[in-house]
Design a protein around this ligand. Sequence first.
Ligand code: GLY
Length: 359
Amino acid sequence: MAELCVGLSERSYPIFIETGGLERIGSDLANRQVGKRYGIVSDDRVANLYGQRVLRALQDAGIHAQLFIFPHGEAHKTLATVGDLASQLARAGFDRKDALIALGGGVTGDITGFLASSYMRGIPFVQVPTTLLAQVDSSVGGKTGVDIPEGKNLVGAFYQPKAVYIDPSVLKSLDYQELLSGIAEVIKYGVIRDASFFEFLEKNRKQVLSLTPAILEGMISACCTIKADVVEQDEREGGLRRILNYGHTIGHAVEAASAFTMRHGFAVAIGMVAAAKLSAKKQLLSPADVQRISSLIASYGLPVAIPENLDREVIKAYLKTDKKVMAGKVFYILPKAIGSTIITDDISNIQLDEVLLPD
Ligand code: GLY
């Protein structure tokens, strides 16, 4: 078991990483007293798998809890779902002394965090992430929100959880493609911040993909340590936190150009290789390191090239409308070496075309 801390003064919170830890949530919350009673928010799929287990763990610890379920999928990450859940909480008599538990993947964490930030002007919540992507990224750092027709995550709040409980054993029930999608975010941490973690991922591919408990705990712990460190220095993404978007600038444009048929992590994998190639074009990164990044990503079964059927002009148009564009400038996170990055908008159209065109 690993225990980390996100140090944000009065908003600091622990992250527990423990195989089988799902059963311990009740006793820990009984000590921590985040809320008087708990609304466990989950989508229909995750509720079927783990809803009763978490409910029982709380009830066994003498805590009153209730499940609140919404339909699975990004299509339901909306204000309407938040409104519906708020109505259910109100009808069940939840008040400011109560708290929420986000049990699920990134969509559930985003919805529940946003609901917690606004229900009765703010009630506490904890994260219990059940996908790899949520365990290594979205459950830590306090980004919450929903999509509107005009774009993803356009309505939301920075709202930190009171604790994050990560049980790597739940990844056994995760669809393999979803696992790979999360691996892209894992690799991201190695490239942006930690060369020895990158090497760990090179050496332990088989153990990672076969979900070896000790390896998974170590891997998730390394990712959360980096995420916590970055968030502690720049909670509201004024500067440093943007390095967590490595691979996401071109990745988001590719994902959008695929009409969101491509999984997020797969698009990020493609975006990370494209950003590494851009960096080499600017003489910042050696061709050997580009190759190493691309080989690691490919070795995990993730894509490294933009599919030929995606229109490059459409990708370029999406790059310009990305919500991270500032004052008309598109920013790229470029690796300078494995474990170190810079943020720049100094990319010429020619350099971009060279990277976007099929090899
Ligand atoms: N997923 C990027 C961030 O939390 O800033």
